[in-house]
Design a binder for this molecule. Structure first.
Ligand code: ADP
Ligand code: UDP
Length: 238
């Protein structure tokens, strides 16, 4: 499948049209941003790792009954996906306190929750992705009640699967962000990516951070952390 017109260039990926209007190609970059684009940098090899990890995880999720946009990996950085209309909500699931949760509620990082939490933020860079509840999303017509219920059901299903999968590989799944989209017939599918850019991943024994927080917080060893996740989950590092 050939790339046609570039439809969009985001902070971490480019999206291209294809000859088939129902399909597009995502191309993963090494560019990294944090704090709503204020901090910029490069994480060498990140695009390859995030492409491969996302595709592996989405293939496994399909088998668990979570429909995704994944069609086929084309090469190291590019994947053919079903084109969706993105529901403009960032869906965040948390198992352990960290990041904006710890800050907002004035608690330490690392509190293991009795049960996972879910929250939405409005996917809008100009507004800095503000926190939003489902009534706000309904009021603004961003999604219907049925769509929100489906999204919540899938998000917890992803958490149940991913938490166990990560643990098998010595990784604690702290929190993560998902995006969902609608196919032309209205079906909700998981879209975008699942990677160390969009998840907080801690080594189960040492609690060492193996994710984008190493970049956000200038902890060093960023590339090594991404490669370590790749090595543990897939095994081959290029
Ligand atoms: P951002 O837009 O936040 O800078 P990226 O650099 O990751 O993020 O850009 C990828 C864009 O592609 C995102 O806006 C994402 O919502 C969108 N996207 C992800 N999967 C699909 C898909 N299957 N069809 C259409 N758009 C998608
Ligand atoms: N996240 C993301 N994109 C965003 C915001 C958050 O992928 O635009 C992920 C982030 O990597 C973490 C989880 O969502 O795994 C929760 O992030 P949080 O709300 O704590 O925000 P942050 O501390 O990243 O600002």
């Amino acid at each position: 499948m050939e790339k046609a017109l570039q439809l969009y260039e985001g902070k971490a990926k480019k999206v291209f049209a294809t000859a088939d209007p129902k399909l597009c190609i995502v191309s993963y970059k090494d560019d990294a941003t944090a704090f709503n684009g204020e901090k910029k940098g490069t994480i060498m090899g990140k695009g390859i790792i995030n492409n491969r990890l996302t595709n592996r995880i989405m293939s496994l999720l399909e088998k668990e009954g979570v429909p995704t946009h994944f069609v086929r990996e084309l090469n190291d950085r590019e994947t053919l996906v079903k084109k969706v209309e993105i529901v403009p909500l960032e869906v965040i699931v948390r198992n352990i306190s960290a990041g904006s949760f710890a800050k907002r509620f004035g608690v330490d990082e690392g509190i293991v929750f009795n049960s996972p939490t879910i929250e939405f933020s409005y996917k809008n860079d100009e507004l800095g992705d503000p926190l939003m509840n489902s009534y706000h999303a309904l009021a603004l017509g961003l999604a219907t009640e049925d769509e929100i219920n489906t999204i919540v059901k899938y998000a917890f299903k992803v958490n149940n699967f991913l938490k166990a999968y990560m643990l098998e590989h010595g990784i604690e799944l702290v929190d993560f962000k998902l995006e969902f989209g609608k196919l032309s017939d209205g079906t909700i599918v998981l879209a975008d990516e699942i990677s160390p850019d969009t998840c907080r991943l801690w080594d189960v024994k040492t609690h060492e951070k193996l994710d984008k927080d190493r970049f956000r917080r200038d902890l060093g060893g960023v590339e090594d952390a991404y490669q370590e996740v790749m090595r543990r989950l897939i095994g081959d590092v290029k």
